[in-house]
Design a protein. Sequence first.
Length: 191
Amino acid sequence: MPPAPIALNWPLILAMTICFGRCESILTSSQRLRELAQITLETRRTLIHGDVSPKNILVGPAGPVFLDAECAVYGDPAFDIAFCLNHLLLKCMARRDSIHSLLESYRCLAESYMSGISWEPKDALETRAGHLIPALLLARVDGKSPVTYLNEADKATTRQFARLNLIAPPKNLKQLANKWRNAIADGTSSL
């Protein structure tokens, strides 16, 4: 059983509940997940949405409109960008025919988001986001709310990729995407 959350940070509580949910694969990574949870709980920089996924974003005439903000909280903005990028990566696995456009969307979102950061060094936020994504990947294959569109082989590749990148996180979001592309192409979790 995971340690009790130290604050009512709903997005993180949701993510860690998913992560610590019911899977054996997470047990081998539990210490790293606890470290990530602690860092994320203690990082309170901006108001975050808490559930930024493609299904909660509409394109409006003046830019994006974010829906379902009931999870909004003062917290770590790295969580929001990592949560959305995680969705795009998982869709790459399920929709190999669209991998180029999905990874291009990942790149555009990451670059656009990073270009607007003014409240802290961009590299610091990007590093935290890159560290969170492997945990979120793992959560979505083995947690309490797993994606339903991956087959067992894809889940195994995602687990292995997530574990390796929890232990040896990527330098940046671009490197993570490149490693993900290679893992999908190889059917393995090549570093």
